[in-house]
Design a binder for this molecule. Structure first.
Ligand code: GAR
Length: 217
């Protein structure tokens, strides 16, 4: 039996990345297990996905708290109560306080729909199209107090096609998100990711050995 890293997943919406993590964790040989899913939105569809997978859920409505710090303190309590050792943000659309980010430094990861450090914040697909980027993608990274700025663990790139709109591009990126997030969680859970300053070093990883060129040339 592998020792499985206990993970809490924080969501705000449809939870397709949560689903990718649930599916990965359904394999008993996967080195992580999800012990609790927490949403700040009561009717987030991701809660349904967690229930279907038999994972405990909890709603903490941010509107019920007088400050970001008070909300984050409740989150922190709920994560620790569940025995989680790592926090995965999966479409969790709340800024976190400096204190919370620091408390979980090196133990909290996020997925962002761009190749960071390009296109931080919201509307990343629109920004990539407007910038005329030829490659776009997603990033799984450690969370630091700076928005979308922490050490990068995994990135997946896709070409931006000449007839893309926000919908088609976000769909292509999302498919890669669902591969990148389980991979990043696996690497972290296996203890293969170490932090050297602002760089995450990955032990024993296979180099892709190919390049992505767009246009193909
Ligand atoms: C995903 O595309 C994720 O990368 C993004 O929200 C979406 C959530 O979808 N996250 C952010 O923009 C965070 N800055 P999901 O609920 O289906 O996983």
């Amino acid at each position: 039996m592998v020792k499985r890293l206990k993970v809490a997943v924080l969501i705000s919406g449809r939870g397709s990345n949560l689903q990718a993590l649930l599916d990965a964790c359904a394999d008993p040989a996967f080195p992580a297990e999800i012990v609790r899913v927490i949403s700040n939105i009561g009717d987030a569809y991701g809660l349904e996905r967690a229930r279907k997978a038999g994972v405990e859920t909890l709603v903490i409505d941010h509107k019920a708290y007088p400050s970001r710090e008070a909300f984050d303190a409740e989150l922190d309590k709920a994560i620790r109560e569940a025995g989680a050792e790592l926090v995965c943000l999966a479409g969790f659309m709340r800024l976190l306080s400096q204190g919370f980010s620091e408390a979980w430094n090196g133990k909290m990861i996020n997925i962002h729909p761009s190749l960071l450090p390009s296109f931080k914040g919201l509307h990343t697909h629109r920004k990539a199209l407007e910038a005329g980027a030829k490659l776009h993608g997603c990033t799984v990274h450690f969370v630091t107090p700076e928005l979308d700025d922490g050490p990068i663990i995994v990135q997946a790139a896709v070409p931006v096609l000449s007839d893309d709109d926000e919908d088609s591009l976000s769909h292509r990126v999302l498919e890669q998100e669902h591969k990148a997030y389980p991979l990043a969680l696996k690497l972290v859970a296996e203890g293969r990711v170490s932090l050297e300053g602002r760089v995450a070093k990955i032990a024993l990883h296979a180099d892709p050995g190919t390049r992505l060129l767009n246009p193909a040339g």
